[in-house]
Write a protein that binds this ligand. Structure first.
Ligand SMILES: [Zn+2]
Length: 220
């Protein structure tokens, strides 16, 4: 039996099989990289890391809410708004990793984190997003198959220009300048998509999703 050999990096690599066709080009490079990343344990689950993050994020969010209620009618609320925006960003990292099942061994616990952070904290449909994001990772940056490319108002290739409405074409002409405006408006688009996807029956748990969205709307 052949023993695995160790490269200069110290990572054990399985000997190459000669009876299966070897990958070439970019896919060979990716396979090799994936093997090394796995061997280093970088894809192992680390629940303690996420528990620490969740506690930290909750503390930051509670601090922001406390400041909001204490300050009342004040221009300092603009600083609180920036703070809460950062908290929302941290929250989206949590639902992203929960959606990738990279958080806990217990899938129900990961889903609970995902639904709470996406639907309640950010007003995004977790069910819609997981499906959308999986398709994105299956065909990253593919002009026709990556939904993250197709659903944007901005275009990534001039061939897409013809597929846009006259209003969208006006935005496309100035998209390098309007990029940040589009980014700000993206949150409204995500709220709209959440309601639409639940109403169209595209999510697995419409009752849970809509309850969380309504609870969010009531608490704002
Ligand atoms: Zn991802």
């Amino acid at each position: 039996m052949q023993r695995p050999h160790v490269q200069e990096t110290g990572v054990a690599v399985a000997p190459q099989r000669t009876d299966v066709p070897q990958r070439t080009g970019a896919s060979a490079t990716f396979s090799e990289l994936l093997k090394r990343v796995k061997a280093e344990g970088l894809l192992d689950l680390d629940p303690r890391y996420y528990i620490g993050r969740l506690v930290r994020n909750t503390t930051l969010l509670v601090a922001g809410l406390t400041a909001f209620f204490l300050l009342g009618d004040s221009w300092w609320q603009l600083v609180v708004a920036v703070w809460m925006g950062l908290c929302g960003g941290q929250s989206s990292f949590m639902w992203h990793d929960a959606g990738h099942k990279a958080m806990f061994r217990d899938k129900r616990a990961a889903s609970a984190v995902g639904y709470f952070h996406a639907n309640f904290v950010n007003g995004v449909s977790f069910g819609w997003w997981v499906n959308h994001h999986n398709r994105h990772h299956s065909n990253p940056n593919h002009l026709d198959m990556d939904p993250d490319i197709g659903r944007r108002t901005a275009i990534f290739d001039i061939k897409q220009y013809a597929t846009r409405t006259p209003r969208q074409r006006f935005i496309v002409r100035y998209q390098s300048v309007l990029f940040f405006v589009l980014l700000v408006l993206e949150s409204f688009k995500m709220h709209k998509t959440a309601v639409k996807s639940i109403a169209q029956g595209l999510t697995k748990r419409p009752v849970l999703e809509s309850t969380l969205l309504l609870a969010r709307a009531r608490s704002i």
